[in-house]
Design a protein around this ligand. Structure first.
Ligand code: SF4
Length: 284
């Protein structure tokens, strides 16, 4: 049997109507016949629990007139802290009590699954894979009807002439959001690689400014040896592959070898009869 969630238990609530003052619902009384039907409830729970079995009777609660729920301890190790809830009832003026339903409910210290989060709230940058579709909501504030949001007259003319007007384009909010994200990211001025760069992207020959208002701050890096090749970088970003970086000859780590041109070392040649004097050694 699959564990089922039950709606919040009945409890006294304050009901308010549109036409009259607030009124209180009454707390149902415990029906004696239903309260005594513990064995009936236990049989139903045992039948549902199967081999795992059930434990002690934990108590009961009146749900409504002639409707009582009995609780039993759940012995299944996979459901620690859960309890079997068997609801019994009887018809008005009838003596026979019958089982209405039997479910497994979490107790106060039951282990529960984490709260379910809608996929749209779980989605993170980079989650989209090949073949995935991510429709954009019609009221997405990052987008606005095309053409109306084109501030730049040059772009507007270009789009009009080429006939590439799009249904929606970046709204001001979408553009500001992207600019903030890019500027504060790894291709912005605060990236470690930018701190040690010889100069900024704005002076680099590989910096290709974006179109529209974003061109004031952002461009694409077109240097295949730069870590940001093909990515949007801010004008005050930078890296060591800057087009105008100059290489300074590195100083040698080693001193030139020291050669003793005055001293000499006698090396035996195997012919000990030949005396080695200054003349033989080339010294006068
Ligand atoms: S090569 Fe370096 S300095 Fe030049 S645009 Fe690319 S990231 Fe900027």
């Amino acid at each position: 049997m699959s564990p089922q969630r039950q709606s919040s238990p009945a409890r006294p609530v304050t009901a308010r109507t549109t036409s009259g003052p607030a009124r209180r619902t009454r707390t149902p009384a415990v029906d004696p016949a239903c309260a005594e039907a513990v064995d009936l409830a236990r049989e139903a729970a045992e039948e549902t629990a199967g081999a795992a079995g059930i434990g002690e009777h934990l108590g009961m609660r009146a749900e409504a007139d002639r409707v009582v729920t009995h609780y039993f301890e759940c012995l299944d190790l996979a459901y620690r802290g859960w309890r079997w809830a068997v609801t019994v009832t009887r018809a008005a003026r009838a003596r026979v009590v019958t089982v209405s339903e039997c479910v497994l409910l979490p107790g106060d210290d039951a282990m529960l699954a984490p709260q379910w989060v809608p996929w749209l709230e779980r989605l993170r940058p980079g989650d989209l894979g090949p073949g995935d579709l991510l429709p954009t909501a019609p009221d997405d504030v990052r987008l606005a009807p095309g053409f109306t949001q084109v501030d730049d007259s040059t772009d507007r003319a270009a789009q009009w002439e080429l006939g590439i007007g799009r249904v929606r384009v970046l709204s001001r909010e979408g553009r500001d959001e992207a600019a903030t994200r890019w500027y504060e990211g790894v291709a912005g001025p605060r990236a470690p690689i930018a701190a040690s760069a010889p100069a900024q992207c704005s002076t680099c020959g590989f910096f290709v400014p974006l179109a529209g208002e974003l061109r004031q701050i952002f461009g694409a890096c077109a240097n295949e040896y730069a870590p940001d090749d093909g990515r949007v970088v801010s004008a005050d970003h930078g890296c060591g592959a800057h087009s105008e970086a100059v290489s300074i000859p590195a100083a040698s780590e080693h001193n030139p070898p020291v050669i003793d041109e005055l001293g000499y070392e006698v090396v035996p040649t195997g012919d000990d009869t030949v005396p080695l004097d200054d003349e033989a050694l080339g010294h006068s």
